[in-house]
Design a protein around this ligand. Structure first.
Ligand code: SF4
Length: 308
């Protein structure tokens, strides 16, 4: 190996270590902030074969070694019998890791094809079926938590999707009870940036299974929001971080949801709430944020407003 090649390898190793540390740190922080993992937990790690779930399993396995609490991991993949699904990839990979795992085989693909007329979107029925199967599996396996691989950018995208298309300020919770009321669902990667996960998955050379085997079209609304956020990230570094911080720093008294905050009972005796109303004054922002507002390029919004 030439000296230059050796150098490159060292540099790559350095970058890999740094990246792994950051993802581990962010995951550990999210787990602690939301009390995601407790002593004695048996966590069902949902593995789709995409970069996010591979990364989640990897980081949880590594955190398990040094965690102050004892917990078990069991990786679960649902083989939905989509045409061309390479059934051997995940079992081979999971065997090599030595982690407990279960592959659940259920032909939801045929059910969806059968029930949904051609040209209509298949995702909502497909994910409803998948959710039901995963909940049932969690019960069978005695899992106390279900871990999903959504990351920070998924959470922000969902917030914008709900605001733009649903008229609702609602993201994706790092921890919540499932819709059937039976399982605690956690998202350990809630603080991790997608671009870190992409780089990490690339360095780890995971055996990624393509996510378009079902032949479904990508969600155009989500794609448009992703594009908008990526544009912002390039044009205004730090904006995405600020956006996510804002989800952790909500001031209900300064929004307009009268069910979330009791505006009706406010009177002169209520005192100053969260800094009070500043009348006709404008909000003050740090200089960098002011600059970002002044340089805003409205064309970045076009993709979103054009979505049907
Ligand atoms: S993209 Fe395919 S596999 Fe994924 S939810 Fe939609 S229909 Fe199901």
């Amino acid at each position: 190996m030439t000296e230059q090649a050796q150098e490159r390898t060292k540099a790559q190793q350095y970058n890999y270590n740094k990246l792994q540390k950051r993802i581990r740190r962010n995951t550990g922080q999210a787990i602690a902030d939301f009390n995601m993992i407790e002593d004695g937990d048996r966590i069902m790690v949902c593995l789709s074969g995409g970069k996010d779930s591979f990364t989640m399993l990897d980081i949880l396995m590594s955190l398990k070694k040094s965690a102050p609490v004892n917990f078990e991991l069991i990786a679960v993949n649902l083989d939905q019998k989509q045409p061309g699904f390479p059934g051997h990839i995940l079992p081979d990979y999971l065997e090599s890791l030595g982690v407990e795992y279960k592959i659940v085989e259920e032909d939801t693909y045929s059910i969806v094809q059968d029930k949904i007329p051609e040209g209509k979107t298949t995702c909502s029925l497909c994910s409803r079926l998948r959710r039901g199967i995963l909940y049932r599996t969690a019960k069978e396996l005695g899992a106390t938590k279900i871990a999903l691989g959504h990351h920070r950018d998924d959470i922000i995208e969902t917030l914008f999707l709900n605001m733009f298309h649903g008229g609702k300020m609602k993201g994706m919770p790092p921890k919540l009870v499932s819709d059937n009321g039976e399982h605690v669902v956690i998202r350990p990667l809630a603080y991790c940036r997608e671009k870190d996960i992409i780089k990490y998955a690339d360095m780890k050379e995971y055996p990624i299974i393509p996510c378009n085997l079902c032949g479904s079209q990508p969600n155009l609304q989500r794609q448009a929001i992703k594009q908008m956020l990526n544009g912002w990230d390039k044009q205004f570094p730090g904006r995405i971080e600020s956006l996510f911080r804002s989800m952790q720093n909500v001031v209900p008294s300064h929004l307009a949801d009268f069910e979330l905050f009791d505006f009706k009972s406010i009177d002169r005796d209520s005192g100053v709430i969260n800094g009070g109303d500043i009348g006709f004054d404008k909000e003050e922002f740090a200089p960098q944020q002011q600059e970002a507002v002044a340089e805003f390029d409205p064309s970045l919004m076009l993709d979103v407003t054009n979505v049907d």
